[in-house]
Design a protein around this ligand. Structure first.
Ligand code: CA
Length: 234
């Protein structure tokens, strides 16, 4: 991965640790000590991710965040905010202004590197240009990408799906948040195959859940709505 990251942090010790951890993972890190300098860097180059501190000598990282979100070229840029311990207000404001994630100081470089990688994956990155890779439907963690040949990824890992499971899951994903009846799912994944029944759908949902759980044990993505059908929550 050759993603480019802009780090805005005025504490040299923190900046060094962060840059070291991320560069070890193959990222290119540009470091700014001042809001003013970060603005200039962003005018000069395109970044895949912004990591910003809040309290800076010449202003607030939150002001930069607001401007980043309001400018079309950077509106979707992934932003991870570093907030000082006890500065709850910064964290809340940052998330309201559209930060994608935050870490409270002190944090471990390992934790930061993991969060950064998750954000880059979520943005569909790896192609290094800061734009999501042509998804037909995206979720925060579940990612449907038809162009790579019937693949659905969860947290950056391609799920090992059978053809039916793929069709079932992609149908659910395209209509995420809606309840799909068993009949609708049957039609979407099995077409006219008269051998299949509602039970077939239930069985496949069960194996799908198991496969999702294997990658992300902490979340249940597919919910059952009694007498109505299934829904995927993303
Ligand atoms: Ca600071």
């Amino acid at each position: 991965m050759s993603a480019k990251l802009l780090l805005l942090e005025d504490d040299p010790a923190i900046a060094r640790t962060v840059a070291y951890a991320l560069e070890r993972d193959g990222l290119t890190v540009t470091h700014s000590l001042l809001v003013h300098d970060a603005r200039q860097q962003m005018q000069r180059a395109r970044f895949d991710l912004l990591v910003l501190d809040v309290g800076l000598p010449d202003g607030s990282g939150l002001d930069l965040l607001r401007d980043v979100r309001n400018a079309a070229p950077t509106a979707a840029l992934p932003v991870l905010m570093l907030s000082a311990h006890g500065e709850e207000i910064d964290r809340v404001l940052g998330l309201e202004l559209g930060a994608d994630d935050y870490l409270t100081k002190p944090f471990s470089p390992r934790e930061l590197a993991a969060r950064v990688k998750a954000l880059l994956r979520r943005a569909g990155n790896g192609n290094g240009n800061g734009h999501p890779a042509t998804p037909t439907a995206t979720a925060s963690a579940l990612f449907l990408d038809d162009e790579t040949g019937q693949r659905i990824s969860l947290r950056g890992q391609a799920l090992p799906l059978t053809r039916r499971e793929y069709r079932l899951l992609s149908h659910l994903l395209r209509g995420a948040g809606r309840i799909h009846s068993r009949d609708a799912l049957l039609a979407a994944a099995w077409g006219d195959d008269s051998e299949s029944t509602d039970r077939t759908v239930d069985t496949h949902i069960k194996t799908l859940r198991a496969k999702l759980r294997e990658v992300d044990p902490g979340r249940e993505y597919i919910s059952t709505h009694r007498g109505m059908g299934y829904c995927i929550d993303i």
